[in-house]
Design a protein around this ligand. Structure first.
Ligand SMILES: [Zn+2]
Ligand SMILES: [Zn+2]
Length: 402
């Protein structure tokens, strides 16, 4: 423990601090609380006494000076509290600080930081936390935890960080205890964070350069890799009337996923079938069914047949009129009666059509065949005429099937 003279000084200053500055954190002046100001700002003496402290004692670093270098090579014994919340920067730059007690850092100064930050390339400062370490949450976004330049944090206890944390460049964090980081964690430039127990990251992860986060307890820390489950009992095949379901499982850790729906299949339409034949006056009906599920998919009407039967019988009557006396030009008028008969042989109607042609008797070669057709399906019939003498004697006239 410290010298008697310093103890006397400490008593004076403690009383002053109690009254003026930190009454809320002070306890009875029975030797349990030691303030840095009691040590005439002698960091080495402060940390030497800290290493020899007894359970229940509290050491308060109550100036805004830096702590760094050789001062950090020390021990916080079990049951002892080191309160460095008032300082600007708590930087471990050489050696080792082992905490078996409780350390509180970054009380609320803008830009306050806790650093494990090598001073020289050959320095590999280490902070081993076996006890309780926490960084106060505060309103200043610049407050930060920094692990860099060969620095290492090994946590075996509880490490609670309520501010941002940078592990880079060349920093290492090994967690074997409970590590709770409340804000953003940035890992970069040949730096690594290894978790072997419980790592709770409530802010974002950011990676730069070769930054790595290895989680040896939860290979799915950053998310599962879900694939289709091989358990076919849980699989529901889709049909054309219902969705299917595919269960999923993480290919890394085996945890079951939520699965996903498989959209139902298309129907397989059969050929269109006529369920009611149309008649000449009534519509018919058609339907299409699904070959798989048998459901009716589509239906519709078939137009009535109407009177469009087949022409099978033609009666022909011709009258011939001489157009001018001795002109030998005759107007021949045919009256053609078309009987419409349907496929069943039933007479469904008749139509009468007039055809008029002119025959020129001055033409020495009147014999021939006139063919005609129209929309009454007369294409298969031809007019045959045969005129002899002076034109008053029509011997043969009619229509024959070609
Ligand atoms: Zn997984
Ligand atoms: Zn179907």
């Amino acid at each position: 423990m410290k010298s008697k003279s310093k103890k006397f000084m400490a008593l004076i200053v403690s009383v002053f601090m109690l009254a003026a500055l930190l009454p809320a954190t002070a306890v009875a002046a029975d030797g349990d609380v030691y303030r840095f100001s009691d040590y005439d700002n002698d960091q080495k003496a402060f940390f030497e006494d800290l290493a020899k402290a007894q359970p229940g004692e509290t050491f308060i670093y109550n100036t805004m000076q830096y702590i760094n270098s050789e001062i950090a090579s020390s021990v916080v014994p079990a049951g002892v509290t080191l309160d460095v919340t008032a300082i600007h920067t708590f930087s471990i730059r050489q050696g080792t600080l082992d905490n078996y007690g409780t350390i509180k850092v970054c009380g609320g100064y803008q830009g306050a930081s806790f650093e494990i930050n090598g001073l020289e390339p050959s320095d590999f400062p280490v902070f081993n936390n076996y006890g309780i370490f926490y960084i106060y949450e505060n309103e200043y976004p610049r407050c930060i935890v920094v692990v860099r330049n060969g620095g290492t944090i090994n946590n075996y206890g509880t490490f609670t960080n309520a501010t941002n944390m940078n592990v880079m460049p060349d920093g290492t964090v090994n967690n074997h205890g409970t590590f709770i980081n409340e804000r953003d964690l940035r890992i970069g430039a040949d730096s690594v964070v290894n978790n072997h127990y419980i790592f709770i990251q409530n802010g974002t992860f950011s990676f730069y350069s070769n930054g790595i986060f290895n989680d040896y307890t939860d290979p799915c820390f950053f998310g599962h890799q879900f694939i289709d489950s091989p358990i076919i009992e849980d699989y529901i095949a889709p049909t054309c009337i219902g969705d299917g379901f595919a269960p999923t499982v993480c290919s890394v850790c085996g945890i079951a996923g939520d699965g996903y729906e498989i959209p139902k299949l298309d129907h397989v339409p059969a050929n269109r079938i006529t369920v009611k034949e149309p008649t000449r006056t009534e519509k018919g009906e058609w339907e299409i069914y699904c070959l798989t599920c048998g459901n009716l998919l589509e239906c519709g009407e078939i137009d009535e047949l109407g009177i469009t039967g087949v022409t099978t019988n033609i009666d022909c009557f011709a009258t011939i009129t001489e157009t001018a006396k001795n002109s030998k030009v005759w107007e021949v008028t045919f009256t053609v009666t078309v009987t419409l008969i349907d496929e069943d042989g039933e007479i469904v109607g008749t139509e009468v059509v007039l055809y008029v042609i002119y025959l020129d008797g001055n033409n020495s070669n009147l014999s021939g065949v006139y063919s005609f057709d129209d929309d009454h399906d007369l294409a298969g019939y031809k007019l045959v005429y045969d005129i002899k003498g002076n034109g008053s004697n029509i011997k043969t006239f009619g229509i024959i099937q070609s």
